[in-house]
Design a protein around this ligand. Structure first.
Ligand code: PRT
Length: 213
């Protein structure tokens, strides 16, 4: 059997549908069985692994998957040795800091000494360090927006797209930490044979993306 490239895509969640649609638009047919965690393309040397978004950077760094479609924010947060090959134009969002709406925000120094809840401690720490701010970071894995309301934190740092979750929780966005969109990432040491397959895939992806713009 010839060499195959292995791609990781999100098993379920915000990235999955657009990721699979992009592969389809690249002319790749994937033989999906119900609830399968692994599938093969019938017309391209590609194997698909369905994994959790947050686990994917480690799998790609370890070479279990050669490439993946994930949010740039996750690549930054997980601090793995991955190469970003192509931004894909979907799942756009920003990591932002937000405060209760009744707070009188005076600028970045407001955050000094404050307690912030986030699921993105590394990205937040980088931002705070770059701005010489000293905060208490409280890591929670979900429902971050509720933290100020229940007295767990003074503010939050979380992903925002439409802003409606912040609004519903009485929070206002005050600082942007980073912007993100889905991207194609790769392990840094892909073999020559696999690189040739990757070049073909990337060529198709770039054509599909160019046609959309
Ligand atoms: O479980 P698994 O590890 O697979 O994934 P996950 O829980 O990290 O995934 P998922 O599906 O929630 O998000 C996958 C990726 O989608 C993220 O890593 C981002 O790159 C991207 N993305 C884009 C978003 C959003 N927009 C987004 N709005 N991820 C999360 N949100 C959440 C945000 O955390 C907040 O709770 O949506 C809420 C805010 O949305 P708005 O529209 O109300 O502002």
């Amino acid at each position: 059997m010839g060499e195959k490239l292995t791609i990781a895509v999100q098993k379920s969640g915000r990235l999955q549908e657009d990721s699979l649609r992009l592969l389809k638009e690249c002319g790749i047919s994937i033989d999906n069985g119900k609830d399968q965690l692994k599938a093969n393309a019938s017309n391209f040397p590609l194997e698909v692994l369905y994994l959790r978004n947050s686990d994917i950077p480690q799998y790609v760094q370890d070479g279990v998957a050669d490439i993946a479609i994930i949010g740039e924010n996750v690549v930054i947060e997980k601090q793995k040795e991955l190469e970003i090959l192509q931004k894909l134009g979907f799942s756009k969002c920003r990591l932002a800091m937000a405060l209760p709406k009744d707070v009188e925000y005076t600028g970045l120094e407001y955050f000094n000494g404050k307690k912030l809840a986030t699921s993105y401690p590394n990205s937040l720490k980088q931002f705070l360090d770059a701005n010489n701010l000293d905060c208490d970071i409280h890591v929670i894995s979900g429902s971050v927006e509720i933290a100020p309301n229940i007295g767990l934190a003074d503010g939050i740092c979380d992903l925002v797209s439409s802003g409606s979750t912040l609004f519903k929780n009485g929070l206002v966005e005050v600082e942007e930490v980073l912007v993100s969109e889905a991207c194609l990432v790769a392990n840094k040491d892909i073999s020559n044979l696999k690189s040739a397959i990757l070049d073909r895939l990337l060529f198709r992806m770039k054509s599909v993306l160019a046609a959309k713009n």
